[in-house]
Design a protein around this ligand. Structure first.
Ligand SMILES: Nc1ncnc2c1ncn2[C@@H]1O[C@H](COP(=O)(O)OP(=O)(O)OP(=O)(O)O)[C@@H](O)[C@H]1O
Ligand SMILES: [Mg+2]
Ligand SMILES: [Mg+2]
Length: 777
């Protein structure tokens, strides 16, 4: 196996893949919509040099060419900027990724300026009248002008924004997939070099999760930039924001009301992407001012609806209901269609489903568009499983478990199948990688690179790896370890370790690994072999070392009594409970990213409650009274619905805190108070239920509850159980802060509804069990 390329190297490769030629399809008959439906959706062509419905520009081609040709500079908000100035702007902010690309643009003319003509082509192409729709399989009208575009190599933000604007008008998932699929198809056909960037911008990410680069710029910085760039006072922007609740819209309106003498040059996707990356990575002295400066420059190149999405991207939330799975499906469709067209074959519904499944599977094993997109372009989706495989050095999405609160459920689920019980250690998930070229990594549950956090684990690998293991991926739990007593310490101890800049000699709380699975060994993926065999590999290739590495303790007995006993034993040894797993057959294969019924968790503490804890987003707080006057006395929490991208409130929480914790939370949360509820927070509008302050979504807390009930106030899982009622937690209690998850990894609305339903099933079962005619369990 070759060395793993860094994300930067992949990006470079992706950017330099040559555009492909080939026969192009009639995109009106796309994907989920038939030609008739697609035809109906089209609107008459917009007049030249006018604004589309969505505010994006339509520039008359000749005029635009005139503006750009023979002109060695472009106008940005009235200021004329030369290519060199723009180049130095990029350099000033330390971008490296596309520097070669920029140089090439300078030679070709000026990509920033020239791409506005391609934007007009794309924008007007989507807006033809029905009579202009070419017959199926006809060559698209773009062909004649395409030559010019191959010279002007970049897609524009304007194209992306007109796509986003279409998406914002619908809530139907199939339509969203169709719109995004059409967009990605055009990207593949016209700007393959920018496809990767367009995928990242659509999901509002700047790289794979393990790259650690994230957007999420604070409201105050953005408001300053909007005020300064649109000539308004900060006060005016704040007021507008208070009224509208969406900074993106405020920016768009402010920009539209601003008189500009010149058409700014179109923003290209690579330029935007590089700028966003620079903003995300700026730190230290003056970084706030530098961020504001760069945001202002971007804003000055924006028109129509572009400021809205630029600002939302900076905030870290596009609010388009573009969940990652939607992007995957759209991308799979686009690629399948593109390659079928090239080969001049018809794409069946079966082929589409197959393509979607392929991309989903591959992405959960190898969650890196940096690697996948270039290979999709080069080798097609039909070869993707071959060209993109599980790779040490790239964190795979971990398999997850379903909660259970009755032993009988375990026996029901596994029925006649062979299963095994393991201790459920209470620490943090750790995926340990060892690459062919001798590098170690530790990744978190969330694919973050934790190698710097665990120098003790990194140092211990050579001691417990046998020389026969030349590359591997292990699935483990890292727990805190008491060296004196030689035993596991409670989870809270592990949480006291620093998360950054950890020095080996300064570590007070040591981490011990408990390995429970092996996913890859010596150049081969082990995902598709039975767990019993994977476990054998695990036991042969590694050796336990007290306090550093051990195998998760297991028992393969299957009676309820023996499971019960094993659970008691686990709890005595500071574990949280048990994991019950399928041991043999295809159902015991490792399923990356799936919350699978083939893994059940039994937590001792929660057997009497709802079976599991919930991880909830802190969205608001109520001022304390009495002893708690100087801190927040209670908090408003919400779960997350990834399909609608909303945070839905689920309870008011006021118990389980120590005084120190309340003080600490007050300090932390005061920093992220926002003037108004985010418009993607869903909560009752009734005055008595309003919290005193609202927060940016940031912190995730683990919470226990006795049970759940239907509620008119809280909006969690609204519509799942009853059309107009949400679900709320009764007697919630704070357990801990979840530092290893992002707020978007909160318990989902669907999970909340499952907790609610399982509680009803459980109550009915108990009622049956206590009645004289109850069946035996
Ligand atoms: N033997 C084991 N097998 C699998 N996972 C284990 C084992 N021991 C401990 N774990 C941990 O248990 C976790 C699953 O249960 P847990 O309730 O802790 O999940 P979580 O991180 O809260 O996520 P979620 O609530 O989303 O499932 C795994 O992610 C892993 O970190
Ligand atoms: Mg856990
Ligand atoms: Mg949990």
């Amino acid at each position: 196996m070759g060395a793993v390329l860094s994300p930067l190297q992949y990006l470079r490769r992706a950017v330099w893949l040559r555009p492909m030629s080939g026969r192009q399809s009639n995109i009106s008959k796309f994907f989920t919509l038939g030609p008739e439906q697609a035809r109906k959706k089209r609107t008459p062509a917009a007049p030249a040099n006018s604004e589309n419905e969505d505010g994006s520009r339509v520039i008359k081609k000749e005029e635009n060419d005139e503006k750009t040709s023979g002109n060695d500079g472009i106008a940005v908000n009235g200021e004329k900027r030369t290519a060199d100035e723009l180049e130095s702007l990029k350099e000033e902010h330390g971008e490296a990724t596309n520097s070669m690309e920029t140089k090439r643009s300078k030679v070709d003319g000026l990509s920033l300026a020239s791409s506005s003509s391609s934007s007009s082509n794309l924008a007007s192409e989507g807006e033809t009248t029905p009579s202009e729709i070419p017959p199926p399989i006809a060559e698209p009208p773009l062909e004649s002008t395409r030559k010019q575009q191959t010279k002007k190599a970049h897609a524009t933000f304007a194209d992306m924004v007109s796509t986003f604007t279409k998406i914002e008008k619908t809530t139907k998932r199939l339509e969203i997939i169709d719109i995004m699929g059409t967009y990605f198809f055009k990207m593949l056909r016209d700007y393959p070099n920018d496809l990767l960037i367009s995928v990242y911008l659509s999901i509002n990410k700047l790289g794979p999760d393990y790259s650690g680069i994230e957007l999420g710029i604070g409201e105050s910085i953005i408001m300053k930039a909007v005020a300064e760039s649109t000539g308004q006072t900060l006060q005016q922007i704040k007021q507008a924001f208070h009224k509208v609740g969406d900074l993106g819209l405020v920016a768009q309106t402010s920009r539209q009301n601003q008189p500009t003498m010149f058409q700014p040059a179109a923003l290209t996707l690579p330029f935007l992407f590089d700028s966003l990356k620079s903003i995300a990575q700026m730190s230290g002295n003056q970084s706030q001012n530098r961020k504001i400066g760069l945001i202002k420059r971007l804003l000055s190149s924006c028109q129509g609806a572009e400021p809205k999405y630029l600002i939302r991207a900076l905030e870290g939330k596009l609010r388009l209901q573009l969940a990652e799975k939607t992007i995957l499906v759209s991308l799979a469709n686009a690629c399948a269609q593109y390659h079928a067209d090239k080969k001049q074959v018809k794409l069946s519904q079966q082929d589409r489903i197959h393509a979607e499944q392929t991309l989903r599977d591959v992405y959960s094993q190898l969650p890196s568009y940096d690697i996948i997109v270039p290979r999709l372009i080069e080798h097609g989706i039909e070869n993707l499983r071959e060209t993109c495989k599980l790779t040490p050095g790239v964190p795979t999405k971990p398999m997850l478990a379903k909660p259970t609160k009755q032993f009988s459920e375990v026996l029901d689920t596994f029925d006649q199948a062979t299963f095994t019980c393991e201790y459920k250690y209470d620490g943090e998930r750790a995926q340990v990688h060892f690459t062919e070229d001798g590098k170690f990594y530790v990744f978190s549950r969330n694919s973050e690179d934790m190698s710097v956090r665990y120098p003790d684990i990194m140092a211990s690998v050579p001691r417990w790896r046998k020389p026969e293991a030349t590359s591997f991926i292990l699935d483990c739990e890292a727990t805190a370890w008491d060296k004196e007593e030689n035993r596991i310490l409670p989870f809270q101890k592990l949480a006291t370790r620093k998360r950054k800049d950890v020095k080996l000699e300064e570590i007070k709380v040591r981490a011990c690994l408990f390995a429970f699975d092996i996913l890859y060994l010596n150049g081969k993926s082990l995902l598709d072999i039975p767990f019993s065999e994977r476990r054998k590999h695990l036991y042969t290739m590694f050796q336990p070392i007290t306090g550093e590495f051990d195998f998760a303790k297991h028992s393969d007995q299957r009676s309820v009594e023996s499971i019960q006993e094993f659970l008691e034993e686990a709890v005595k040894e500071s574990c949280e409970g048990l994991m019950v797993k399928m041991l043999e057959g295809p159902e015991s294969h490792y399923e990356p990213s799936k919350r699978s019924r083939h893994w059940l968790k039994i937590k001792k503490d929660y057997l009497s409650g709802v079976g599991d804890s919930l991880d909830l987003i802190v969205v608001g707080a109520y001022h304390g009274r009495g002893k708690r006057t100087s801190v927040y006395g209670a908090f408003l929490l919400g779960c997350y619905d990834p399909d609608t991208e909303t945070v839905q409130t689920v309870c008011k929480l006021g118990t389980g805190f120590s005084e120190e914790q309340l003080e600490q939370f007050h300090r932390q949360l005061s920093q992220i108070v926002i003037p108004k509820k985010k418009d993607f927070y869903s909560h009752s509008e009734a005055p008595p239920h309003q919290p005193d302050v609202w927060f940016e979504p940031k912190y995730l807390w683990e919470v226990l509850t006795a049970d759940l009930s239907l509620s008119p106030v809280y909006k969690a899982a609204i519509g799942y159980v009853q059309e107009d009622k949400g679900i709320s937690l009764r007697f919630p209690r704070f357990v801990r802060v979840r530092e290893d998850k992002n707020w978007e990894d909160a318990t989902t609305s669907e999970q909340v509804s499952e907790f609610y339903r399982s509680q009803i099933v459980h109550t009915q079962a108990s009622a049956r069990a206590s009645s004289p005619n109850a069946e035996e369990y």
